[in-house]
Design a protein. Structure first.
Ligand SMILES: [Mg+2]
Length: 297
């Protein structure tokens, strides 16, 4: 490392210029790049780059600062329980359903376990959305009563779910402002799964549609869908991020397809969306609130 400051600065600027502007890198990736320049003491080289602000560091990520198009990333957003409340509305209907059932022997947790099983099977056979959910409630009632639900009971269930079917969309705090800010710097896309008409209706009601360059409503979010999205939108996986609350639908399949991911857990995430994340996967950024996206992108 040159001891004279002016010479050192020239070297540092030369090294920094080899980093892509705005692309988040892990410490290991930074180290690999720096060792190619200065095998003896790449740790000092990294420190000089941070001290001179030629590289920035936050939360274990490194990037070369700069403005303009080169910093642009593609941010793909999940919708339900990422942009707006969803599962908590279903939870309220289930609570009402359990009250109405007033089952003489089974407790609420036991009935929930039965309903979860029925929903798991029905999502595979029939997909997602309010209609499938009502069907599951009817089947749950049938299993508990050991006979099919009567027409009157089906009407009762429909009435419990009126709020769900006619609901207004309740945005997660700070979503609209955050999307406005991020949209000035990045390409924003929406990828949501579910019933086509129902998801479109929620998007329309949310007032958020204009933030997204493209909107994709799919039946299921698996790795093939993410690969298809990359190809269809001509996106590079290194600069594309899936942002969502579901380990099973957002984070794990996106990572399998080579995208980066931002995991923003929601306390009311549906049990069918739960899964284990690899804590050592440094391509998953974990945030506790949606507005924190502004600090990273
Ligand atoms: Mg979601």
């Amino acid at each position: 490392m040159p001891s004279r400051a002016a010479k050192r600065q020239v070297l540092l600027e030369h090294v920094a210029a080899t980093f892509p502007v705005g692309v988040r890198l892990t410490e290991r990736e930074v180290n690999e790049r720096l060792r190619a320049y200065y095998e003896h003491d790449w740790v000092s080289l990294r420190r000089y780059l941070i001290d001179t602000a030629l590289l920035r560091r936050a939360d274990g990520w490194y990037w070369r600062p700069g403005g303009g198009v080169a910093t642009q990333q593609a941010l793909v957003f999940d919708a339900d329980d990422t942009l707006w409340e969803n599962n908590v509305l279903f939870e309220r209907v289930i609570d009402d359903f359990l009250d109405w059932l007033a089952h003489p022997t089974l407790d609420r947790a036991e009935i929930r376990a039965i309903l979860d099983d029925i929903e798991r099977a029905n999502t595979v056979a029939h997909g997602y959305g309010s209609r499938v959910f009502l069907r599951s409630l009817g089947e749950c009632l049938g299993r508990l009563r050991e006979r099919p639900a009567t027409a009157a009971e089906e009407r009762e269930i429909e009435e419990l779910a009126v709020a769900l079917i006619e609901r207004r969309v309740e945005l997660i705090p700070g979503v609209a402002e955050t999307l406005t800010e991020l949209g000035g710097r990045h390409e924003l896309l929406l990828l949501t799964k579910g019933d086509l008409a129902e998801q479109q209706r929620k998007l329309d009601a949310s007032g958020l549609a204009s933030h997204f360059g493209s909107v994709h409503i799919v039946a299921e979010k698996d790795a093939d869908v993410y690969r298809w999205l990359l190809a269809e939108q001509d996106l590079s996986p290194e600069t594309t991020w899936m942002v969502g609350n579901s380990p099973r639908s957002d984070i794990l399949p996106a990572r399998r397809a080579g995208l980066n991911a931002v995991f923003i857990p929601h306390q009311h995430t549906w049990v069918l969306e739960h899964d284990e994340l690899d804590p050592a996967d440094d391509r998953v950024l974990r945030l506790s609130t949606f507005v924190e996206l502004r600090d990273h992108f």
